[in-house]
Ligand binder design. Sequence first.
Ligand code: SF4
Length: 263
Amino acid sequence: MLFNEIAYGPIHSRRLGTSLGMELMPLEHKLCTFNCVYCECGWNTPVSHPKLPTRAEVKAALEEKLSTFHTASADRKNFQLSTLDVITFSGNGEPTLHPDFLGIIEDTCALRDQYCPKAKVSVLSNSTQLGRPDVVQALRLCDNRILKLDAATDEMMRRIDLPVNANLTVAQLIEWLKAFDGDFTLQTCFLRGEHAGKPIDNTTPEELEAWYQAVDTLHPKQIMIYVIDRKTPEENLSKISREEMESIAAPLRAKGYDVIISA
Ligand code: SF4
């Protein structure tokens, strides 16, 4: 599933509410520093010169959408369009890969303030670009930073996320995530299955223990845990039950963490 517009929706997001989606990656194919076995956009497509929208194109597409909401809100003819909860950067890959990501977020916050001041600006990111100061600066401008950590052992993170940088470590991701002092949402997809002959399971006692420790190290203000919901590129995956997700969340909730389950 690919998004073929720079600004699309609004759509109802099971995790975010009424969301206007923003696409900073190519409209024709996925571009990501991960190649997650569960990615709803499918596998990465190697392309030598990926075509990204320019900062000006992103600003124009967003302004066109937001001015529509603004007008709808003013005349109350379209109440649904006038209630926008969030402007969300996610889509066909990793949005922070865009070289003008900081400028785009600055433009977005300014347009949001002008047209839809109640809407939040959210970014879903796989955390791999947090070593770049401009990306950290941009994410600090956002209302919600929703940052991925699918497993807390290198082996399981690499089996699930298939990072393009095969040397990426969980320790590095955790170190980068500390930049937000807990002011972010940690997101983790729980799943079981197999890929390339190797088992995948981030719900074993050992994996959960490592993940709980990572949570305690990072102390995120919110934790979103979710399950696979649509067709996945690796077909040999299974969905975790709601009951099991509740039991994964229970020890964290007992410690006072805000845990959201999408299952
Ligand atoms: S990080 Fe997101 S976009 Fe990238 S491969 Fe994983 S699920 Fe897909």
